[in-house]
Design a protein around this ligand. Structure first.
Ligand code: GDG
Length: 468
């Protein structure tokens, strides 16, 4: 059997996994069969950058990581990946900042990653590259003569040509993507947008299954929604809802119900609009004052970027405004913390919450929505309020779907959720749970890898001797 090699920007090393927020690490943990290799950035910066590869083993998995230099960190990670590609792929052109030198830094780091990974590869490895930081990696590996199967999965949305082509050098990135054997997206609409970009810029057309030819080779763009280990998470929630943190939370709420939001602190997650909606809710439905407490856990991320610093200041202001306006001496409507919470604690908190408000402005999938559903007590499940613009909305249609820009609609959904009969909550939850339990992380990985496994190895390059 081929060995699986996963490549992602950050490698969730075994000793740091428990408390880190981030969807990719959570989902891929399930794909890692002993014997696999995971390669990527160590999360550290050093003068030697990628010149040294650090290798460690845990539970049969090999983790190989490289550092970044300060300059590479700034151009590759902060500026181009998170300052240009992330806003672009979340349809936030106003936040896109492009500098050619950052783009060159991005390509340079991909080249260095390829060079560091190359000596670790075996001829029949299947290489699975993840996310927007590493779009050019297959191009760089092919340039080194790597003939292995190489697949790519994009965890963010993909955007139509009218948006994607605003990025200078967009054509080069589309060519890079078409250099993979398999390219995976969460939803049909992201794949459609990608194929439209290919048709418009590279004059490539695909069949209805996303298959197309590029440079004389077959390529396949697939739809493969990511999921979670639903039964494992349900068990975790059941256990930790009885644990000390959950008990302390429950006691602190008094007679009030809990609504919960859990997100990385990112402008794509719609936190400012959500907080405005919480304010609208207590304004428009005063009967819920004192009877509902909203807990928002927003683990800080990417703090080096101006857009994120501005977001924090804005959120601090709105939270202060809402709490100043509606708090009583013994009740705070909106509790807001920017520290990460342990994963098992989070599972227990989800189970206690009567409502989850998951309202990103755009989101590739959104695993929090799935985790909340998995964590519920089947006898007395809570209600999920979900943005129409999360990839998860394509499958989770029994949630209360809302427009995340419309605070009145979110407030009305919160009221509807709190007023919903037990029978309706159970019906909606059961259907949602069945979907979450069917589309697991394990299924996501096996679908992708079975597509990748069906592609052919690249032919050996003709050597000079063969030509003469
Ligand atoms: C990207 C795409 C796509 C959050 N706070 C804490 C914490 N988390 C965990 C959640 C969840 C994960 O982080 C977040 O996953 P999401 O899917 O919601 O979002 P992104 O990190 O933006 O992930 C996204 C995903 O990739 C997978 O493809 O769904 O659309 O943007 O698991 O529970 N975990 C802990 N403490 C926290 O405070 N331990």
């Amino acid at each position: 059997m081929s060995r699986l090699v996963i490549v992602s920007n950050r490698v969730p090393l075994p000793n740091e996994r428990a408390a880190r927020a981030g969807g990719l690490a959570v989902a891929l943990a399930d794909a890692l069969i002993p014997g696999s290799l995971w390669f990527g950035w160590s999360g550290r910066r050093s003068a030697r950058g990628s010149a040294v590869t650090h290798v460690q083993r845990s539970e049969g998995i090999t983790y190989a990581t490289v550092d970044l230099t300060d300059a590479d960190y700034q151009s590759f990670y902060v500026n181009f990946s998170n300052g240009a590609l992330w806003p672009l792929l979340h349809s936030r052109l106003g936040l896109l900042e492009f500098q050619s030198s950052d783009y060159e830094g991005y390509r340079h780091v991909n080249q260095q990653f390829a060079a560091a990974l190359f000596p670790l590869l075996r001829p029949d490895d299947m290489i699975w590259v993840h996310d927007y930081h590493l779009i050019p990696l297959a191009t760089e590996l092919r340039a080194l003569g790597v003939r292995n199967r190489i697949g790519f999965f994009l965890h963010t949305p993909f955007v139509p040509p009218s948006t994607f082509l605003a990025l200078p050098r967009a054509n080069e990135l589309l060519t890079d993507l078409a250099t993979y054997d398999v390219i995976g997206f969460h939803t049909r609409s992201y794949r459609r947008a990608f194929l439209e970009c290919l048709a418009e810029t590279l004059d490539v057309s695909a069949d209805k299954d996303g298959r197309f030819m590029f440079n004389g080779r077959p390529v396949c763009a697939i739809v493969d929604p990511i999921g979670i280990d639903a039964t494992g998470f349900a068990q975790l929630a059941d256990d930790t809802a009885r644990g000390p943190e959950a008990r302390m939370l429950r006691e602190s709420l008094g007679r009030s119900n809990l609504a919960i939001g859990v997100d990385r602190l990112d402008y794509s997650k719609g936190l400012a609009n959500r907080f405005e909606a919480v304010g609208r809710f207590f304004h428009s439905y005063p009967q819920h004052r004192r009877h509902l407490t909203f807990l928002q856990i927003a683990a800080r991320s990417r703090e080096e970027q101006g857009a994120y610093q501005r977001l924090r200041r804005e959120l601090d202001r709105i939270v202060g405004d809402i709490n100043g306006r509606y708090s009583e001496f013994d009740w705070t409507p909106l509790r807001y913390m920017t520290r990460a919470v342990k994963r098992d604690t989070l599972a227990g908190f989800f189970r206690l919450a009567r409502l989850a408000v998951v309202t990103p402005l755009r989101d590739g999938m959104n695993l929090v929505a799935k985790e909340y559903v998995a964590a519920q007590d089947p006898q007395d499940p809570g209600v999920l309020i979900l943005s129409r613009f999360a990839g998860a909305a394509e499958e989770m249609t029994e949630a209360l779907l809302v427009n995340p820009y419309d605070s009145d609609e979110i407030a009305a959904a919160m009221h509807a959720g709190l007023s919903m009969s037990l029978g309706e909550r159970q019906l909606r939850w059961q259907t949602l749970f069945d979907k979450v339990a069917e589309n697991t992380a394990e299924r996501f990985c096996s679908v992708f890898l079975s597509h990748l496994g069906r592609t052919d190895l690249r032919p050996e390059r003709p050597t000079l001797r063969a030509i003469s």
